[in-house]
Design a protein around this ligand. Structure first.
Ligand SMILES: C[S@@+](CC[C@H](N)C(=O)[O-])C[C@H]1O[C@@H](n2cnc3c(N)ncnc32)[C@H](O)[C@@H]1O
Length: 384
């Protein structure tokens, strides 16, 4: 590892990512492909077409914007500024999995797909059953992903050193049995114990192997679900965003630029009217380095997916000095502006931890953040 290391922060936050050199704003800290990733089941069900391995969109920006806005007559200008290479797309010979390239098809096959491949038209196949049942338990937005969990198990099974692969997975952030159960309760709701057991049985019917037995016991499966819930990194790609980025790079006159920006605003308005905020090809992945990155309400780094696939990039937002902890925000831009009380509530509810970042623990007042919404919340706010 160059420029950073993973070490224990303190007993409240566990491990963290620390700089070993100076980074200036905009510097790339790391880039990484996930151990495994996959698209959310609901996202795929709504025909957000993506490579089954790297999540690269498999529809053109024009087709994407037509589908999301329900306007079949939209013709995007400068459509050819986005290179999609859709003619390189290829399918698995035995099931319905679609890939953006022969490379992804091979990567998937050697990493996890060989032990999971099934005829997806067979409604009774255990894989189809587990995914259908998962979809009934989870309507978008999804917080975790049963297919990701099965891919993790398949990755262990297919690894040339399965014992080392299992040990690597066990090193991801995990908690006590009770904390895991609390997290799953939160993820699945009141029926969680029954549902968890059902998912465990269905998963065991899909995949089996000597080195994954620990993960298929009731406790082991609960811990694995919690591991996916706390370490699974959301991945989002969008053909429309690819087009918008590519258009912003084109040389044009000020007047043309003004026109195209107005046109883009209009497109997003159409899309929002029909599809709300459900715009991206979404899924999650398990990243070895990125998952060591803790949350801060005053982050010094941010992650993104600049290649429109599952490869993540971590970039400095501020100057980071050697020895500093590198933190991202798990909260969205709007939530991060709100008071300590609101942020803590959101993190406790959706991520099940009490935030020990510097902004939350500092005694200094932070008067910039009280919004009307904060003030109308149940408790008086301890404005930071
Ligand atoms: C993706 S992991 C980050 C790495 C983790 N600290 C570890 O030891 O592996 C996310 C978990 O780290 C902990 N965490 C992250 N940011 C935190 C913060 N600001 N305060 C307290 N705990 C935090 C929480 O337990 C959270 O579920």
């Amino acid at each position: 590892m160059e420029g950073f290391e993973i070490k224990i922060t303190n007993s409240n936050k566990g491990k963290g990512l620390f700089a070993t050199k100076k980074y200036d704003p905009g510097d790339i800290i790391l880039e990484e492909d996930p151990i495994v990733s996959c698209q959310f089941a609901w996202n795929a069900a709504y025909r957000y077409l993506a490579c089954d391995h790297c999540m690269r969109p498999l529809e053109t920006p024009e087709r994407n914007v037509r589908r999301l806005s329900c306007k079949s007559d939209i013709v995007l200008p400068h459509a050819d500024c986005v290179e999609m290479n859709l003619d390189e797309a290829t399918g698995c010979d035995d099931c319905e999995a679609l890939y953006c390239s022969e490379f992804c098809k091979q990567q998937a096959y050697v990493t996890y797909h060989r032990s999971m491949c099934h005829d997806s038209l067979d409604a009774l196949h255990p894989m189809t059953v587990v995914l259908e049942e998962w979809k009934q338990m989870h309507y978008p937005p999804e917080t975790t992903n049963i297919l990701l969990l099965i891919r993790i198990l398949a990755y262990i099974n297919q690894n040339s050193d399965p014992a080392a692969a299992a040990a690597k997975i066990k090193q991801f952030c995990h908690r006590t049995v009770n904390e895991d159960a609390e997290l799953i309760h939160k993820l699945l709701g009141e029926q969680f114990a029954i549902q968890l057991n059902r998912l465990r049985e269905l998963t065991a019917a899909v995949i089996d192997g000597d080195y994954i037995q620990d993960f298929l016991t009731p406790e082991g499966f609960c811990a694995l679900m919690a591991l996916v819930g706390t370490n699974g990194q959301g991945i989002g790609t969008s053909p429309l965003a690819m087009w918008v980025n590519a258009v912003s790079e084109l040389t044009m006159s000020d007047d043309e630029r003004k026109q195209i920006n107005l046109y883009i605003d209009k497109l997003y308005q159409y899309v929002e009217e029909e599809s709300g905020t459900f715009l991206n090809t979404e899924g999650s992945g398990l990243f070895e380095l990125q998952s060591a990155c803790n949350h801060s309400c005053s982050p010094n780094a941010e992650s993104s997916f600049p290649y429109s696939n599952h490869r993540i990039q971590l970039k400095a937002l501020k100057t980071i000095m050697p020895g500093d902890e590198i933190c991202i925000s798990y909260l969205d831009e709007c939530m991060i502006q709100r008071s300590r009380h609101s942020r803590q509530k959101e993190l406790a509810q959706n991520y099940l931890f009490k935030c020990w970042c510097e902004r939350c623990t500092s005694q200094a007042a932070d008067p910039d953040v009280t919004s009307d919404e904060d003030m109308s919340e149940d408790e008086p706010d301890d404005v930071d």
